[in-house]
Design a protein around this ligand. Structure first.
Ligand code: MG
Length: 253
């Protein structure tokens, strides 16, 4: 199943299912059960929203060996974790706002896990049964502000710094997916989620032993090597095998 959230003429804001390139409107949520309303739309006739809204987005830093190496940092022994506020969330096609305070704005292509069920103290073996599915995240970063703050809340937490989407799929194996980013059509990052230092079951189990994970919560699993800056007017695309393309434009503040 491919889950979307959208605004339609008839239903207004609703969840839906993406099938054969069409958007089928539904009542309910993927967490409580979806019932199709009977109406469907061409994708260009609806506005896609971020596929989920979260109580917390937990992001993993330095979870690909080559990304840690490009910073000259040691491979972490436990996951580096930070959070993004709900106000950072935007959807496919929305603008990423280049903050006035920032002088280098980076993309970070990431596989995002969407939690499907309330989850606390789960084992790695059981972890995936609490996952609704996967989507694409761009962990947008004010790179020049990152070292200044000691921790990353400011550098990672501006409004619009978490593009998410276009849909959540439960049809892929999160442990083996090609992940690519492009700026203005030029490939910048290319890796595979099999290179994650801490894989998805480990992350879900580890985080669930710290805090209760709620339906809709997002775990963004970290970015591979190849980061660089973006400028206003640039178009950034992140593509993950089986999860489509997340495309956003950079706009001036
Ligand atoms: Mg990141």
């Amino acid at each position: 199943m491919k889950y979307i959230r959208m605004i339609t003429d008839r239903e207004g804001e609703c969840y839906g299912i993406l099938k054969d390139g069409r958007a089928f409107a539904a009542e309910g949520t993927p967490f409580t059960g979806l019932e199709l309303t009977g109406s469907s739309y061409d994708l260009q006739d609806v506005r896609l929203l971020p596929p989920v809204s979260y109580s917390k987005a937990l992001c993993i830093g330095l979870n690909y060996r080559d990304h840690a190496e490009e910073f000259g940092l040691p491979i972490p022994e436990t996951p580096v974790v930070f959070m993004k506020p709900s106000t950072a969330l935007i959807g496919p096609g929305d603008d990423i706002i280049y903050p006035e305070m920032c002088h280098r704005l980076d993309y970070e292509a990431e596989l995002a896990v969407v939690i499907g069920k309330r989850c606390r103290n789960v084992t790695e073996e059981d972890a995936l049964s609490y996952v609704l599915g996967y989507t694409i995240a761009n962990d947008v970063t004010a790179r020049d502000l990152q070292p200044k703050n000691g921790q990353w809340t400011i550098a990672k937490g501006f409004d619009t710094f978490l593009p998410l989407g276009p849909y959540i799929s439960d049809e892929v194996d999160g442990g083996n997916l090609m992940i690519t980013s492009r700026v203005n059509g030029e490939t910048k990052q290319k890796s595979n989620t099999s290179n994650l230092i801490f894989p998805v079951p480990y992350l879900v189990s580890y985080l669930s032993r710290v805090m209760t994970l709620l339906p809709g919560d997002v775990i963004s699993t970290g970015t591979p090597g190849g980061i660089s800056g973006m400028n206003p007017g640039d178009v950034v695309e992140i593509e993950i095998e089986g999860l489509g393309i997340l495309k956003n434009r950079i706009a001036k503040a």
